[in-house]
Ligand binder design. Structure first.
Ligand SMILES: [Zn+2]
Length: 255
């Protein structure tokens, strides 16, 4: 299946009606400073790419990405557009609810930004329990899956760091400016979830964490492949645990 056929926003109504609807994927990003070398929309670009790779593997439909997210931690940098958590929560909830109303059994949210994580999980949890026979999944693609490969590929990952820069060099090299890449490596390792402006400032003095200059497109490609393979396997596993789906006509029913 070509990437074109996977994007719900490129389908005509007639084509959309003719499709069987099982898995929908919603990429969610942020508009946020990523050092001086990566685009502000990095998180959305990556989330969409992961979503399309998964969709190719399992035959899902990708819905239009939500580009804006909750970016309290890097709000002090220009280029960051932070959406209030409550507004983000309500907007994403409406979008997922509407995707399910169009007949899908499972919605996979591919999240590209750490500040969205806990909000997306809360949204997913609430919506999922409105139904008995559907599921909503959330994956933080850069940390929930393919951990071994990630650890073997990258010595110094992080926000706009070695891993994220590698993925962007692979996906869209013309939008990466390695001559402006700066590294910020730190020995600070936090074992708990910490919310603190002062600690964000210490960890991200220039909106970079990790060694961006060690990045390469080859490493980015390997990470994306491992990530999308593992996410695909997990989605299919969940799908098999759900009650059997109705026939194609019924699953197309608009409720
Ligand atoms: Zn990012």
């Amino acid at each position: 299946m070509s990437a074109h056929n996977l994007k719900a926003w490129l389908m005509s109504g007639r084509v959309f009606d003719s499709q069987s609807k099982t898995v929908a994927i919603l990429p969610v990003g942020s508009v946020e400073r990523h050092g001086d070398h990566l685009p502000l929309g990095t998180d959305g670009i990556e989330a969409e790419a992961v979503a399309l790779l998964v969709a190719e593997r399992i035959g899902a439909h990708v819905f239009p990405p939500i580009w804006y997210g909750s970016s309290l931690g890097l709000k002090r940098f220009s280029g960051t557009i932070d959406v209030e958590p409550q507004a983000f929560y309500s907007y994403v909830k409406s979008v997922i609810r509407e995707i399910l109303r169009n007949g899908y059994t499972l919605v996979l949210v591919v999240n590209g930004h750490g500040g969205n994580s806990y909000i997306l999980r809360e949204v997913a949890r609430e919506i999922a329990y409105e139904y008995r026979d559907k599921a909503v999944l959330v994956v933080d693609w850069w940390r929930d899956v393919a951990q071994e490969i990630r650890a073997s590929l990258f010595k110094s990952p992080g926000h706009a760091g070695e891993d994220e820069t590698s993925v962007m060099m692979y996906l869209t090299p013309s939008n990466v400016d390695m001559s402006s890449a700066k590294d910020h490596e730190t020995s600070i390792r936090l074992g708990l979830t910490v919310f603190s402006s002062a600690i964000d400032e210490a960890l991200y003095p220039e909106a970079v964490l990790g060694k961006a200059t060690a990045a390469s497109p080859e490493k980015g490609k390997m990470l994306l492949e491992a990530v999308s393979n593992e996410i695909s396997r997990e989605v299919l596993k969940v799908l098999n645990l759900l009650p059997p789906r109705p026939s194609k006509n019924e699953s197309n029913r608009f409720t």
